[in-house]
Write a protein that binds this ligand. Structure first.
Ligand SMILES: *[C@@H]1O[C@H](CO)[C@@H](O)[C@H](O)[C@H]1NC(C)=O
Ligand SMILES: *[C@@H]1O[C@H](CO)[C@@H](O)[C@H](O)[C@H]1NC(C)=O
Ligand SMILES: *[C@@H]1O[C@H](CO)[C@@H](O)[C@H](O)[C@H]1NC(C)=O
Ligand SMILES: *[C@@H]1O[C@H](CO)[C@@H](O)[C@H](O)[C@H]1NC(C)=O
Ligand SMILES: *[C@@H]1O[C@H](CO)[C@@H](O)[C@H](O)[C@H]1NC(C)=O
Ligand SMILES: CC(=O)N[C@H]1CO[C@H](CO)[C@@H](O)[C@@H]1O
Length: 345
């Protein structure tokens, strides 16, 4: 009888044990989340599509990102402390690191020794809240529920449906940037240590020849719920699976292209449903630090070598195109005419 009671009580006990570790819906002033509790405590959007909390990059290395909850491999869409080749790497340690909403209303990511790694720089005081919306937007509201800070206004490498790319924001991955240029045209820029070079739309033609309008100064690009990515300069990408009810994202990828991805809800895998730079051989910055490509196999060889180094550093982004996919693209540039000097003096 005692054994039976034990068996019956066990699920109940374990439920109670887990209830202290349920994801949070809200952070209020004076609360914090510790990196060491990363698998138990994190913020969840009301419909559970998005999560926000500490993410283990490697042993004792944590970032504070937002990710799509129900994907096979955690798909990060924003990071408070992302890797940047210019700014360096700023992961925090496991023990002692925390994200805190302090009494001033400032959301602060601190490392073990208390040093500030990132902060929202808000000061809306008592009654400030942090919530993760169903759109994937992490918002800080003041006591009157006005948004005082939002992750949608400081993207990293990904644009979510309903999030605007504006004159003040850009998508960045490594040295590659998607941004609105001074002449209102949406461009891709390789902004490396030794070379800075626009590679899309083709610098060999003027914006009009490339189908762009320089005279709309709105400078806004947005992905809608149907799968249309529309920019105020006339550039458009339409998802190959156009229609409502599909989770999508636009991501600046490490190979210098930006792509639209759609989630296959039954497998949890992402599928590429649109992209900008079809001819990958035109992407600048693939040719080594001097940016001088010869027309022989040099470009292909150097690009592959560079990619493999980059990929080994970026294993956690395993949802992005694989090495095999990239090699296939590079190998497809068989015709020597397809090779284009990345930069010429
Ligand atoms: C805290 O640790 C970081 C990383 O180890 C270091 O860069 C920083 O200088 C330290 N800050 C203080 C205040 O000790
Ligand atoms: C913060 O503001 C947003 C946008 O108005 C709202 O959706 C969200 O529910 C607010 N958060 C809280 C805790 O009320
Ligand atoms: C995006 O831009 C539109 C049009 O300017 C604006 O109404 C909307 O509030 C913006 N969305 C966000 C999240 O800032
Ligand atoms: C300028 O771009 C905005 C945003 O895409 C669009 O709503 C507007 O119609 C465009 N204006 C013109 C004159 O094309
Ligand atoms: C999702 O993936 C499965 C297995 O590969 C496939 O059968 C199905 O058609 C896919 N669904 C969509 C909507 O693409
Ligand atoms: C597509 C992809 O990268 N899938 C990986 C997701 O994570 C599992 C487990 O870590 C790997 O086995 C898959 O290869």
């Amino acid at each position: 009888m005692a054994a039976l009671f034990y068996l019956l009580a066990l699920p109940l006990l374990s439920f109670q044990f887990c209830s202290c570790a349920l994801p949070w819906r809200i952070m209020t002033t004076g609360s914090h989340i510790r990196a060491e509790d990363h698998d138990k405590i994190f913020l969840l959007s009301p419909d559970t599509t998005f999560s926000c909390g500490f993410h283990e990059l490697g042993t004792n290395a944590f970032t504070f990102p937002i990710w799509y909850t129900n994907t096979n491999n955690r798909t990060v869409v924003w990071t408070a402390n992302p890797y940047s080749p210019k700014g360096g790497y700023s992961p925090v340690n496991k023990y002692g690191s925390r994200i805190s909403l302090n009494r001033d209303g400032n959301l602060i990511l601190t490392d073990t020794n208390g040093s500030t790694v990132w902060e929202s720089k808000t000061s809306s005081g008592k009654g400030t809240t942090v919530t993760l919306l169903n759109s994937g937007n992490l918002v800080i509201n003041d006591s009157s529920n006005n948004i005082v800070w939002q992750s949608f206004h400081s993207p990293t490498d990904t644009l979510l449906p309903g999030q605007n790319l504006t004159k003040d924001t850009r998508l960045v991955y490594g040295y590659h940037n998607l941004y609105f240029d001074n002449d209102n045209v949406l461009r891709l820029l390789y902004d490396g240590l030794e070379i800075t070079s626009i590679y899309w739309p083709s610098p060999d033609y003027n914006p009009e020849t490339n189908g762009r309008n320089r005279f709309n100064s709105t400078r806004i690009a947005v992905l809608d719920d149907m799968g249309n990515f529309v920019s105020s300069d006339g550039f458009k990408i339409q998802a190959s699976d156009l229609g409502p009810g599909i989770k999508r994202r636009i991501t600046m990828d490490y190979d210098g292209n930006f792509r639209m991805y759609s989630l296959n809800a039954s497998t949890g895998e992402w599928v590429i449903t649109g992209q900008a730079v079809i001819q990958m051989c035109y992407v600048h910055g693939l040719c080594g630090k001097n940016g001088l490509c010869d027309y022989t196999g040099g470009l292909r060889y150097q690009a592959i070598a560079m990619m493999s180094v980059a990929l080994s550093c970026l294993e956690e982004r395993s949802k992005r195109p694989t090495m095999d996919e990239i090699v296939k693209v590079l190998m497809s540039c068989d015709d020597e005419d397809d090779f284009h000097p990345a930069y010429s003096y």
